[in-house]
Design a protein around this ligand. Sequence first.
Ligand code: E4P
Length: 232
Amino acid sequence: MKLFIDTADIDEIRTIASWGVLDGVTTNPSLFAKTSGQTYDEVLQEICGITSGPVSAEVVAEDVDGMVREGRHFAKIADNIYVKVPMSVEGLEALARFRSEGIKTNCTLIFTANQGLLAAKAGANLLSPFVGRLDDINQDGMIVIRDLVSIVEIHELDAEVLAASIRNPLHVTQAALAGSHIATLPFSVFQQMVHHPLTDKGIAQFRADWDKARKALEQKAGTAAGAPGAVR
Ligand code: E4P
């Protein structure tokens, strides 16, 4: 499964890239609004310099021509830009137009498997069901991931399922087991995935035992030779 980071924060993207686990980046207007000092274009340019994986850039226009205009503009920034288009009647038409122009897309704000099916038929490369926002309203968001993955596979659709609105590490495991091709995670979830109390405790214990053993050897060598020796 590919892992994307869901942020427009350059430092966070650099950190996850340095871990060797970054396959792409998703941004949206709300994530961009948390950054400061740069235009959206500049942020996207910088992100595309960090990763060669897909980088989603979201349109804000709600009419087809506006979406197409914004998307064409984003597509010129770098080859790995994926234009993020919301699920709507206008969005479907824009997706079809982008597909005919060879511009890669990510259909966002998907909340049902049927919306995902429509987006794939219209030509979206990536299908983004929002898991966390469904869980928030007491619906099981992971069901949409599972159903959409099955639909894509059964009908050999030319699209990948991208589990979005991921809120915790359990969502990542569940999305992976559901066969989601991609999951996009906030920085905090990447951090949570690394740690386990027993791992941290184990590292501290190994270090303490190592230091103890080394000290004992140093003392022994010092006594035997009559001089302090550097024993590793
Ligand atoms: C996906 O591409 C979206 O940017 C994102 O996952 C939305 O997540 P949220 O529901 O936490 O805002």
